[in-house]
Write a protein that binds this ligand. Structure first.
Ligand SMILES: Nc1ncnc2c1ncn2[C@@H]1O[C@H](COP(=O)(O)OP(=O)(O)OP(=O)(O)O)[C@@H](O)[C@H]1O
Ligand SMILES: [Mg+2]
Length: 234
């Protein structure tokens, strides 16, 4: 069975690449795709994932990249490239993913990042028929951003596999309660809570999502929320 998980986020810089690397480490034979990389070649999310998860070159795929760190539609324009052919992009990504039992696809930015005329990241993940893992910040402001993203996904009837909370900055007091609050409101499982790491250690983060294979076996998006025992202080 060929499974695709689209790693999206509530924003840019929330930790999609870190989460993708942590997940890919658990599945050494997975495929990892970044359909659109902007800010290239300085930013190459796939190289980070490949290194951290020790993947072969054949296991990673980036069909489109643009030099400016802009939303894809604008980045293509600035590079004097034709508008992104979204049908071709979907086909290429699906063809790549078809080679692997499990694939992780990392978006760019959040759900309403424009790729083409009235075509957003949300439309791409819908067209890829991928289940979604939503990466969210843990601290102040995340309740609003996360619930808005969940709402947008649910409106499009996209299957949400669960949430990964990532502490990209040293924790504020809201980080302790926010994941539970969001879990309660949304009814979605928390797949992992990544603490802030002064020095990034993806192996440690990967150990925090070790239950993922169990979740992946279960095709339903309505799986029971994971029992998470939150530390008193992150
Ligand atoms: N848990 C963490 N602790 C410390 N720093 C982190 C943590 N998670 C992410 N970061 C840092 O935050 C930055 C953004 O993370 P990352 O690149 O994974 O975000 P992203 O969502 O993939 O961004 P983009 O939208 O550009 O693809 C990186 O510099 C990363 O090293
Ligand atoms: Mg990234």
């Amino acid at each position: 069975m060929n499974k695709r998980y689209f790693i999206t986020g509530t924003d840019t810089g929330v930790g999609k690449t870190i989460a993708t690397a942590a997940l890919a480490r658990i599945f050494p034979h997975c495929g990892v795709c970044k359909p659109i990389q902007t800010g290239y070649p300085q930013d190459q999310d796939l190289l980070f994932v490949q290194k951290q998860a020790k993947l072969k070159t054949a296991q990673i795929y980036n069909p489109l990249h643009f030099t400016k760190p802009l939303a894809p539609q604008q980045a293509a324009l600035e590079d004097k490239q034709p508008p992104i052919d979204t049908k071709k992009l979907v086909k290429n990504v699906l063809d790549f993913c078809a080679q692997f039992e499990i694939s992780f696809i990392e978006g760019a930015g959040g759900l309403y990042v424009p790729i083409g005329e009235k075509y957003f990241m949300l439309d791409l993940l819908k067209d890829l028929k991928a289940a979604t893992i939503l990466v969210c910040r843990a601290g102040l402001g995340t309740i609003n951003h996360t619930l808005l993203s969940i709402e947008a996904l649910r409106r499009k009837r996209v299957k949400i596999k669960g949430l990964i909370f990532n502490q990209t900055t040293p924790p504020d007091i809201s980080a302790r309660e926010n994941p539970q609050i969001i879990q309660k409101i949304s009814g979605l499982p928390i797949l992992g809570i990544f603490p802030y790491q002064k020095k990034l250690n993806v192996i440690k983060l990967s150990n925090l999502v070790r239950d993922i294979p169990k979740f992946c076996k279960n095709e339903s998006s309505e799986i029971a929320p994971a029992e998470i025992s939150l530390p008193k202080r992150l």
